[in-house]
Design a protein around this ligand. Structure first.
Ligand code: ATP
Ligand code: MG
Length: 171
């Protein structure tokens, strides 16, 4: 089966949950999924849930778990670029059918790895691999290269009323 490149971006809710939903669907079909999470570190509920599918879905976090305000630290950069290299290797080894770069768009916008490295990965992925890149602020070059781009458009979000991320719903 030919694999395509998908991007879930925009400010509205649903990017990460769309990627998790796709992972579960893929696992239902017996496909092997790798989820590489940039920036984040910690026991998000989706990671705990996906442990139940550990024979088919592998999750790895490449974040330091600290909030990156403007300038990432050398450690933030190191762990993200190590992550990208690992993902590159795993993709080329042909271990996985679906590969998700969770918060990949944010990682590149924050300068955790160069735009070119992400574009190269998109160019060199084996034809059968489905690649999904999530996160706000997808770069024009990434949008251009992708086959499918969905923008989650925020019409309303309770975040604006001061409701922060809730366990089981947002994290
Ligand atoms: P979900 O994980 O529910 O699918 P998402 O992946 O689309 O959502 P992210 O962009 O990853 O959402 O947002 C992560 C968190 O940022 C949200 O769960 C929310 O608590 C918070 N958030 C939402 N809107 C804003 C905003 N306008 N500014 C800053 N933070 C926000
Ligand atoms: Mg998200």
């Amino acid at each position: 089966m030919k694999g395509y490149i998908q991007v879930y971006t925009g400010n509205g809710k649903g990017k990460t949950t769309a990627a998790i939903g796709l992972s579960v669907r893929a696992a239902g079909a017996g496909l092997k999924v790798f989820i590489g999470q940039f920036i984040k570190m910690g026991d998000y509920s989706e990671i705990k849930a996906l442990e139940r599918f550990s024979d088919l879905i592998t999750v790895k976090q490449f974040g330091k778990g600290r909030f990156i305000k403007n300038k990432p630290s050398p450690e933030d950069i190191q762990s993200a670029s190590d992550g990208l290299k690992e993902i590159e290797k795993r993709i080329k080894d042909g271990e996985f059918d679906v590969v998700i770069l969770e918060e990949g768009n944010v990682a590149v916008s924050l300068g955790l790895f160069p735009e070119k490295d992400l574009l190269d990965l998109m160019d060199t992925k084996p034809p059968q691999v489905e690649l999904v890149i999530t996160g706000r602020g997808a770069l024009p070059s990434v949008i251009e290269k992708a086959d499918l781009v969905t923008e989650m458009l925020e019409i309303k979000h309770y975040y604006n009323k001061g409701v922060v991320a809730r366990v089981g719903i947002e994290k």
